[in-house]
Structure formats: C-alpha cells, structure tokens
Ligand binder design. Structure first.
Ligand SMILES: [Zn+2]
Length: 89
C-alpha cells in the first residue's frame, strides 16, 4: 500500500498488518483515572459504570519499506466485522 510515511516525510510503499492490542496495563494513567471515577456513588447518576462499545476499532500497522519504521492507522470507525488484510482500502 502506497501511503505517507511520517518519518521519511513523503509517500512510500508500506507493508500492511493488522494491529493487535497489547496486554492491558492495569496501572496505565487512563485506567487509574477510570478507577478513580468509579469510586463513590457519583451523585444521582449511579449506574452507567460500564460503557459497552459497539464493535471494535480497526487499526492497521503500516511498515515503511524504506526506513522500516512502523506507524498505525485507524481504518474507518467501529466495526463488527473483522478486517481483511490484503484488500486495498
Ligand atoms: Zn519511511
């Protein structure tokens, strides 16, 4: 796939791979923040504690063939279907 490389600063060809989510870090800043928010009763609006997200965000990893560096791209929005690699999009 021919696309922009932020490291080479121009368009180069890239290898496209599906990005996999790494292990969740329980002590990551975002998670700690979220935990803190769940403490107490949160005023009148108890409940609403877990948000179910519809579908997953599809990310691909693009590896530049010139500098061999990787960057990610979110493909579309949340989808329920699994993304296919190899298709041009
Ligand atoms: Zn590059």
């Amino acid at each position: 796939m021919n696309t922009y490389c932020p490291f080479c600063k121009h368009h180069t060809s890239h290898n496209v791979k599906l990005a996999s989510k790494g292990r969740a870090r329980s002590m990551a800043v975002g998670n700690r923040k979220h935990e803190r928010k769940l403490l107490g009763h949160g005023g009148k609006r108890a409940g609403e504690k877990t948000v179910k997200k519809q579908g997953k965000r599809q990310k691909v990893t693009l590896e530049c063939s010139q500098c061999k560096k990787k960057h990610e791209r979110v493909v579309g929005t949340r989808t329920k279907k699994k993304l296919e690699v190899g298709k041009e999009n």
